[in-house]
Design a protein around this ligand. Sequence first.
Ligand code: PMP
Length: 286
Amino acid sequence: MYFYKNEFVHKQDIQISPDDRGYYFGDGIYEVFRVYNGQIYEGAAHMQRLERTASEVRLSLPHTSDEILTILNKLIGHNNLIEGTVYLQITRGEAPRAHPFPTQAVPIVLAYCSEVKRPLATIQNGINAVTQPDIRWLRCDLKTLNLLPNVLAKQAALDHGVQEVVLHREGTVTECSASNLMMVKDQVLYTHPANHLILHGITRAVVLRIAHALQIPVKEESFTTEQLLQADEAFITGTTVEITPILQIDGQSIGSGVPGPTTQKLQAEFERTFLNQNTPPIQGQP
Ligand code: PMP
């Protein structure tokens, strides 16, 4: 079952209008939620980010956050989803193609579930990456539908025979095509500050919280591609990839070229936030 225009419907019964501004302008916003054991993970944080993006692009959400979470939970129930993701998209509505905000259009909500398993093999064994210039706009903190630069970046990685790209602006590392990036150097965890140049990842925030709780020093400071290549460890964070080690960048090994001890410690603690329901979550502030 899908959720579309206020109804739970089968996919084949959805008719997307060519007048949907999401369709021809990418004029819309989205979120991807993880579902573990039938439960939405970090739902409140995702809704906060959705609300912030909506407000920044001046799109009025047709439901409150609580109403949206209720819809998503019903969707999870209808689909008997135990492990997977929920995609939520809200476009500015339907109107003949013209740049100004339409006066009559009503935002359109689409949501559906996917049975995506945790990528355990790459979480355990790591991935390789190549560096690429970050050609995106200057509001990468907003989770909008305009993902063509991310699509091109991801495809460039695959064309190079690796799984991910490390994006940089004139040598300063920002993030990856669909994940944030962290590195460990001399026991300190570094990641780009949460400003307009990166998406403020929910997983990034959870990992920083865990690092604080484990007393791993954290510096939210930018670093260069050269510094990244000299790192002891590097990994990406994201809702679907969780914490995935990067073993090589541009053909050069990071550290000893295997998942590092700090990465593995963070991974173990991250798993505890959703796997072991009886373990209280780690307390701490990012
Ligand atoms: N950066 C980008 C560009 C992304 O698309 C994503 C995936 N949503 C992330 C970072 C990671 O964010 P999160 O941890 O909230 O999934």
